[in-house]
Structure formats: structure tokens, C-alpha cells
Design a protein around this ligand. Structure first.
Ligand code: ACO
Length: 327
């Protein structure tokens, strides 16, 4: 069967940095509290003129360059985001136009922080069935525009950015060994943006006065479920491939919170030197976090031919999943 192989990665991050010290001046918080509870020290914030599409295009261009694939050779563009440029059309269509990817079908998927892993899973299926050969998968967010900057429970967590991967059909041994995706809708209102959809359409009362435009989160519930779900997704990947945690060369979990990652790796039994972390620099960039981290690890030379790389994601929905890759 054809394998889906990642042949290029890319990332784009806004230049503007918001530190914990900056947040101390905005809400009642402290660098110490944020660092101990989350591990985050700073995050990137989009400037005027930067949108999910512009960051996506930046990440996509880097990934295309690394892979040597021309934009017009792409068959498909899949973009995971919860902060599209507009409710419609799909931000993927704007990216398609900007790249000149004239032969690609393009669509967005809404799977919150799991968006990139969901996108990889869709790409894998298109490639295995022979329906596509060259696919651009993007995770991109401008969360700073839906964060309530007066809510210290949430505003300290999130950042903006985009990451991308080119996934190509390959006859090699290397490539995606498996993807697993899961959902648990029982908790849909544990982490969500209540306003501006069909249930709470935009009005002055709902959007401005009741602040329904902004992210709402039950942090403790999210924390508990994130640890269990990422463990479940990781185990599904290892079991499907007859592997154990000792086979993993590098573990790239969704970069939500240092404590969630530490608890997950401890339960899995993955040593800390095999876990790639960058959340201290970028915070939680939702669907962008895994592809940004994958690109950083790739460009740092941490991904060697034959390495087994485990990706696990968890986010609103709840949505969660894993991808196991032979690099
Ligand atoms: N600064 C200072 N104090 C704060 C802050 C802050 N930024 N935020 C909350 N507090 C206070 C609370 O008001 C509370 O005070 P109280 O005891 O007087 O009521 C106290 O700190 C403890 O609050 P908790 O919510 O119990 O703190 P907790 O240890 O659970 O940490 C956190 C909160 C960091 C949000 C944690 O629950 C968490 O990481 N949850 C996961 C959330 C997450 O990662 N979401 C991202 C999206 S999903 C995903 O990507 C996996």
C-alpha cells in the first residue's frame, strides 16, 4: 500500500512577543504562577495585517521549499483552525489562491487543538486510496483575537502561529505508520467559543456585553481529560504497530501545558529527553502547536532517518488523536 510521507515542514510565527511580565500588567497574575502552572514564559501575538491565512501561507511556503514540491503540484490543502479569517469561505481557499495552488481542492477542518493530527489522518487516507499524491496539511491560529484579555484563567495560555507539512505518496518504508482520531462530544461545552455561531448569533448583547465572542474554559476538567486522552491515543498508536514506549525516538505532544505533558509522559513511561518542548516560547497555539514543534525539531536535526516519532493531540470537542511516523 502507498505510504503517506512527510517530505517538508514549515512554520510561521508573528514577531511580536508577549511575556509573562507583560501579562502581569494586564491582569492579576504573576510570572511565577504562570510558569509553575503551565511552563509558559512567552507567546507570539499577531500584529495588524497578520491573519490565519497569512501565517498559513508563510508556513506552507517553507514546507513546500523543503519538500521541493511546486504549489501547482498540490492536490489538496487541509487547514485545521478554530480561528479562520472568516466563518466562510474556508481559509484554505485563501491560502490556495495566495500560493497559486491552482490544482488543489482546499478545505478547513474544525478539530481545535487536534486539527493538525486530524488533517494528517485525512491526508493519509487520501494517499492510501490513491485519490491524492501531494497534500499540504496546515494547523494555524490567531487565538489572540478570540482570547478574553480580561480573563486571567485563559489569557495566559494561548498564542498565535502556524505550522505546515507536505505529505506525499511514497513507496518507501518511511512515512505515517498509523493515525488514530477520537472525539468525545459529552464535553463540548468545557472548552468553546459560545458566540457568533448559529446558536448565539452576533448582537451587541451577546457579543460585547455577555462576552460570548471569547474562549470559555473549565481548566481543571480539560486538564484531567487531556492527560487520559493523550495517553489513550498514544497507546492506540503503539498497539496498532506492535511497539512499546521504548521504541519512540521522539515524542511531540500538543504543547498546551507543561504539567499536562509531564503527566502524560510519566504515565506512558517516555523519558523526558525524548520529549520535544517549545511551549515556554509559544504558549498553546492550538492546531498549530504540533506542526510548529515538528518543524522546529526537524530543522534542529532531531529527526533522523528511521526514527519513530509519536505525535499526540487533545483539544476542544473533545477531540484527540495520534500519529506514529517512521521518519
Ligand atoms: N494567575 C494567578 N491566579 C490565577 C490565574 C492566573 N493567571 N488563573 C487562575 N488563577 C487562580 C484561580 O482564580 C484560583 O484562585 P482561587 O483558589 O482563589 O479560586 C487558583 O488560581 C487556582 O485555580 P485553578 O483553576 O484550580 O488552577 P489550576 O491549577 O487548575 O491551573 C490551569 C489552571 C493552568 C488553567 C489548568 O487548569 C490547566 O492547565 N488546564 C488545562 C487547560 C488547557 O491547557 N487548555 C488549553 C486548551 S485544551 C488543550 O490544549 C489541551
Amino acid at each position: 500500500m502507498l505510504k503517506a510521507r512527510i517530505t517538508g515542514t514549515g512554520a510561521a510565527l508573528p514577531d511580536k512577543i508577549l511575556t509573562n511580565a507583560d501579562l502581569e500588567r494586564m491582569v492579576d497574575t504573576s510570572d511565577e504562577w504562570i510558569t509553575i502552572r503551565t511552563g509558559i514564559k512567552e507567546r507570539r501575538i499577531a500584529s495588524d495585517g497578520e491573519f490565519t491565512s497569512t501565517l498559513s501561507v508563510g508556513a506552507a511556503r517553507s514546507a513546500l521549499e523543503m519538500s521541493g514540491v511546486a504549489a501547482d503540484e498540490l492536490d489538496l490543502i487541509i487547514l485545521g483552525t478554530v480561528t479562520p479569517d472568516f466563518p466562510f469561505p474556508a481559509t484554505a481557499c485563501i491560502v490556495q489562491q495566495e500560493l497559486g495552488a491552482v490544482n488543489a481542492a482546499a478545505f478547513d477542518i474544525s478539530a481545535a487543538c487536534s486539527g493538525f493530527v486530524y488533517g494528517l489522518s485525512i491526508a493519509e487516507k487520501y494517499i492510501q486510496t490513491g485519490a491524492a499524491r501531494n497534500i499540504l496539511v496546515i494547523g494555524a491560529e490567531v487565538l489572540s483575537r478570540i482570547v478574553d484579555w480580561t480573563d486571567r484563567n485563559t489569557c495566559i495560555l494561548f498564542g498565535d502561529g502556524a505550522g505546515a507539512a507536505i505529505v506525499q505518496a511514497s513507496q518507501d518504508e518511511a512515512g505515517l505508520l498509523s493515525t488514530h482520531i477520537f472525539s468525545n462530544g459529552s464535553y463540548w461545552n468545557t472548552l468553546y467559543q459560545p458566540g457568533c455561531g448559529s446558536r448565539n448569533p452576533a448582537t451587541k448583547q451577546s457579543t460585547i456585553d455577555e462576552r460570548l465572542f471569547f474562549i470559555k474554559m473549565e481548566g481543571n476538567d480539560v486538564f484531567k481529560h487531556a492527560v487520559r486522552a493523550m495517553e489513550e491515543a498514544a497507546c492506540a498508536a503503539l498497539t496498532a504497530n506492535n511497539m512499546t514506549p521504548s521504541d519512540i525516538s521522539l515524542f511531540i505532544p500538543h504543547q498546551a501545558n507543561r504539567r499536562i505533558i509531564d503527566a502524560t509522559t510519566k504515565r506512558l513511561g517516555v523519558p523526558s529527553d525524548k520529549v520535544f518542548l517549545n511551549l515556554h516560547h509559544y504558549g498553546n497555539t492550538s492546531s498549530a502547536s504540533i506542526p510548529i514543534t515538528l518543524d522546529e525539531a526537524n530543522r534542529a536535526g532531531r529527526l533522523k532517518s528511521g526514527d519513530i516519532i509519536l505525535l499526540t493531540a487533545f483539544g476542544g470537542g473533545f477531540s484527540y488523536g495520534s500519529a506514529l511516523i517512521r521518519w
